[in-house]
Design a binder for this molecule. Structure first.
Ligand code: DMJ
Length: 562
């Protein structure tokens, strides 16, 4: 293979001459990133809102993943990241007034979760820092939390399957269509634990976390004898329909959520699942620090391609402490970026060129995301150079009078009439955070705006002091919030037990039956607040943030030899 050798040489040459960015230069780049954001954001508001997305060539809007002003929900926490509290407040209220999830729309369970539920949850958790007026008991209650819960509840019917693995699409009003295909991609089964666990812990309704865990465990049981999973599975028969195993499209965020779920929830089960997969991935799919696609049962190469979605992997490796490997893989991917001024969707590794019909770059964030983690871990300014390259190439190739357009073909810079919401949610956010190493979202608590906040009843719950976990749509979640409302859940359970015992004659009162391992979770056991309901302040205050929540500081959590 030619490409890896070239990549290593280029990297060495480049490394010798790496430009060191001064604070002044970084501040100037941050301003350019802000201008990029507002060019796209204002154009969305002026020309596309309330549609889901801006069409940057025709300068109008379209619904894509639902009909819920997706770009605005997805961009909400980026406003705070850029320091625009006023607009954050305005949009948070606007969304409460205008978005309705009670609609007859078929929506992707995966996309709605990562973009809508994730975006609202993150904004809810950051609302205090944005200076919004908070309900008593926040973060265990609040309007954005209720919206997130509302959206997530619409997804639950998809999980009511004999295996617990969800359908890929659900109608937000009517549930799963009887004609819905039972074939779901792997990421579509295993990318819920961050949002659903956070939601459960904040609302006290365990239904969400149970559904996500049940799906994860079911998926785990379907791995092949050599420890790999394929790309698409029939969630009813548990048969693998597409048997290509790799780390890119259709699978990517499943692995991401095992790692981030393990970190956020301090969950060894998730970590050991990932470690077992990682052994198989390293064994069968890794060649010269590239990751290929192989047949999940035999381990034979089925597609020697790199996909742009795979570029999240070095960042994930850095979270696990596998820095050497992360850096080498990043070098390979960055060499592709330099060849084309962007990452083509597919890149043939043996040919060192794009793959037919997959030459586009829809302004994805993954390489920039990895650069952010690797800069944080190494301090190497090469990652800033990638950031600047990315900024300049997006400005040069994708900017239109009305926003930024997906690049249809990186060879001739033809554009598509689409600006995906992840451009504002992820690409720009990671770019900004790359150039702002003391931003509070990096955690650490020693530099920059590292102040923490009090939350929960009695103000005894410490938030924002121990680092954040980004969901796969770059929505930051504060692990400390998981511990704020546990007391509420206990209160609710006690209240429920009292009410139950009062409503039943003593001879009939017995504990509720334990849910069978494979039976669908109930949707009706929530006593969380509904919109408009008033909350009585509970008697007990929540515990302070445990030390373990601080483990996510700086992103480097586990070391090579753990
Ligand atoms: C985003 O919606 C998420 O990052 C997802 O995990 C993968 N695809 C896009 C960005 O490329």
């Amino acid at each position: 293979m030619r490409a890896p050798v070239c990549a290593a040489l280029l990297w060495l040459l480049n490394d010798a001459a790496t430009h060191q960015f001064s604070e002044q230069e970084m501040a100037a780049v941050r301003q350019r990133i802000k201008s990029m954001f507002y060019h796209a954001y204002n154009s969305y508001l002026d020309n596309a809102f309330p549609y889901d997305e801006l069409r940057p060539l025709t300068c109008d809007g379209q619904d894509t993943w639902g009909s819920f002003s997706l770009t605005l929900i997805d961009a909400l926490d980026t406003l705070l990241v850029l320091g625009n509290h006023t607009e954050f407040h305005r949009v948070a209220s606007l969304l409460q007034d205008t978005v309705d999830f009670d609609i007859d729309v078929n929506a992707s369970v995966f996309e709605t979760n990562i973009r809508v539920v994730g975006g609202l949850l993150s904004a809810h958790l950051l609302a205090g820092r944005a200076g919004m007026e908070l309900e008593p008991g926040w973060p265990c209650s609040g309007p954005l939390l209720r919206m997130a819960e509302d959206a997530a509840r619409k997804l639950l019917p998809a999980f009511q399957t004999p295996t617990g693995m969800p359908y890929g699409t659900v109608n937000l009003l009517h549930g799963v269509s009887p004609t819905e295909t039972p074939v779901t991609c792997t990421a579509g089964v295993g990318t819920f634990i961050l949002e659903f666990a956070m939601l459960s812990r904040l609302t006290g309704d365990s239904t969400f976390e149970n559904a996500a865990r049940r799906a994860l465990r079911a998926l785990w049981k379907t791995r092949s004898d050599i420890g790999l999973v394929g790309n698409h599975i029939d969630i009813l028969s548990k048969k693998w329909v597409a048997q290509d195993a790799g780390i890119g499209a259709g699978v990517d965020s499943y692995f991401e959520y095992l790692v981030k779920g393990a970190i956020m929830l301090q969950d060894e089960e998730l970590l050991s699942m990932f470690q077992a997969y990682d052994r198989a991935i390293q064994n069968y799919t890794r060649f010269d620090d590239w990751y290929l696609w192989v047949q999940m049962h035999k381990g034979t190469v089925s597609m020697p391609v790199f996909q742009s979605l795979e570029a999240f992997w070095p960042g994930l490796q850095s979270l696990l402490g596998n820095l050497d490997s992360a850096v080498r893989t990043f070098q390979n991917y960055y060499s592709v970026w330099r060849q084309f001024g962007g990452l083509p969707e597919f890149y043939s590794i043996p040919q060192g060129y794009t793959v037919d019909k997959r030459e586009g770059y829809p302004l994805r964030p993954e390489l920039i995301e990895s650069a952010m983690y690797l800069f944080r871990a190494t301090g190497d300014h090469t990652y800033l150079q990638l950031g600047l390259d990315a900024l300049e190439s997006i400005e040069r190739i994708a900017k239109t009078p009305c926003g930024y357009a997906s690049v249809k073909d990186l060879r001739d810079h033809q554009l598509d009439n689409r600006m995906e919401s992840f451009f504002l949610a992820e690409t720009i956010k990671y770019l900004y955070l790359l150039f702002d190493p003391t931003h509070f979202l990096h955690g650490g608590g020693t530099e920059g705006d590292s102040s923490w906040e009090e939350g929960g009843d009695g103000g005894q719950c410490v938030l924002g002091a121990g680092g954040f976990i980004f969901n796969t749509e770059a929505h930051p979640l504060d692990p400390a919030a998981l511990y704020c409302c546990s007391r509420h859940a206990q209160d609710r359970q006690e209240l429920r037990d009292i009410l139950l015992s009062l409503s039943q004659p003593s001879s009939q009162s017995k504990p509720p039956p334990k849910q069978a391992e494979d039976s669908p979770p109930s949707q009706s056991d929530s006593i969380a607040l509904k919109p408009g309901e008033k909350k009585t302040p509970p008697l007990l205050s929540c515990p302070v943030q445990p030390f373990s929540a601080r483990l996510s500081i700086l992103g480097q959590v586990f070391t090579d030899n753990t």
